[in-house]
Design a protein around this ligand. Sequence first.
Ligand SMILES: Cc1cc2nc3c(=O)[nH]c(=O)nc-3n(C[C@H](O)[C@H](O)[C@H](O)COP(=O)(O)OP(=O)(O)OC[C@H]3O[C@@H](n4cnc5c(N)ncnc54)[C@H](O)[C@@H]3O)c2cc1C
Length: 537
Amino acid sequence: MDEADYVIVGGGTAGCVVATRLSEDSGTQVALLEAGGSDLSIWIQLPIGYGRTFFDKRINWMFDTEASDGLNGRASYWPRGKVLGGSGSINAMVHVRGFPHDFEDWKAMGNPGWGWDDVLPFFMGSEDHDLGPSSVHGKGGPQHVTDISGGVHPLCRRFLETGNELGFPVTHDFNGANGEGFGIYSINTRGGWRASTANAYLWPVRKRPNLSILTKSQAVRVLIEDGRAVGVVYRQGTVEKTIRARREVILCAGAIGSPHILQHSGIGNGAVLREHGIPVVLDAPAVGRNLQDHLAVSYFYKTRVPTLNNVLFPLIGKVRAALRYAFDRTGPLSMSVNQAGGFVRGGPDATRPNLQLYFSPVSYTKTPLAARKLLNPDPFAAFLLSFNSCRPTSRGHLQIASSDPFAPPAIFPNYLDTDHDVAEAREGVRLLRSIARTNPLAEIITEELIPGPGLESEDALLEDFRARADTVYHPTSTCMMGPDPATSVVDSQLRVHGVAGLRVIDASVFPTVTSGNANAPTVMVAEKGAAMVRAGA
Ligand SMILES: Cc1cc2nc3c(=O)[nH]c(=O)nc-3n(C[C@H](O)[C@H](O)[C@H](O)COP(=O)(O)OP(=O)(O)OC[C@H]3O[C@@H](n4cnc5c(N)ncnc54)[C@H](O)[C@@H]3O)c2cc1C
């Protein structure tokens, strides 16, 4: 294939949605280029399999970041999906939209059409929600959202009651009208299998005659002629090919891939491009800037009552869990380990929920990180509690590190760079400790394994945070949406400032990271972006 109306680069969470929506018009030819291969793998489709895909270089870009001063000079490991479905094929499936005020913030940053009332229809249209249809939830949309509250581990109830004891409300739906408080996460599965956008959107329509899905096809650069994007140069195997775009090139390569491709196409900070011998097509200083991410730490507790460790560690438990899954697709193998959590205010001054919590009735203190296997938890009963700031204000950046388009970019997360983020880290560690010291959770805890009782002062706990906190895998904003080309990359129609026929539609356009997990808002951005393209905006 050497020509299409729309050439979409990246078949991840957003790309699968955009390709599906644009090819609904049978008169439009759509080509989807994906660097990775098919997602037909048991470890991708089995919800708990994401522990296996975490370090699998066949389907994972496996980026390493540069060091962050705020983490005492530590670097981070950033998995990203390199497969149909993208990071949505290797993620933990937690379905959180973010709060209405997140999108009001987007609008207030100069992006008309992105306030809550504008984006809600696109969230709803994407959903086939167990709690829908309702005024906030859709039914019959492509992506299933499962309410797992009936099947979570019994310890989750204790966690909710403990929150209540501390004065936090219990919410029955983080995405409902009252999403604040402690609650059970909904997840993207259908019938016990992962419901990535590859499964939910792309697979059902893959045979459309006007849709070409080119896997193992890595974009090298966007072709730009007279200020207009006219195609994409890509490598399939060892062969370099070109595909022309009659109408538009749409980058959906994610928060790392999209700015990386733009820079290799000559669109980026002129000085950086020249340093690597890339001819400057457009000096666009914001490409790769404004990077945001959620940063979390986990506390581990040994318990006197059984946890999921008691189910998943012994061989007999694994067999039982597998049989249960084989029988009716239920049980722990059908879920994420992040079963419960919360969105809460960490202090009296917080005007909105500013901390996200995770409660996982399972622990991995003994398994080395690089061998992280969700089916190999600790051999004793334990659970873990984690938190991250909802809306960190630190911003990092990424940039090409070489003239070779196949070399990874240099990623500078710049975690914990602002006083705001340090203050919220202090609030968060205080909160984790008070949760663990409050009944009915406290009465079943026999020992805090990590960080351990030796650390008591808030300064010591902050040091521990700097020493152990890590990514929650939500990088965003590297092709930020905004009105000013000096500080943003795309306008509110997701068109790249200064280049005709070129859009970015993925998590890289978020003006700010949303308060919760990034996948559901990426699906919303993709639905809304595809509608803009179809409307000719
Ligand atoms: C381990 C992990 C756990 C997570 N857990 C959750 C969770 O529980 N809940 C949640 O909401 N979010 C979670 N996330 C985040 C969420 O999955 C992402 O925010 C979301 O998938 C981003 O979508 P995207 O379309 O922007 O990028 P991606 O889904 O990453 O898609 C980008 C696609 O572009 C392709 N690509 C990149 N470069 C090129 C190129 N040059 N040529 C061709 N193709 C290219 C990639 O291979 C990939 O398929 C998690 C992420 C990870 C990695």
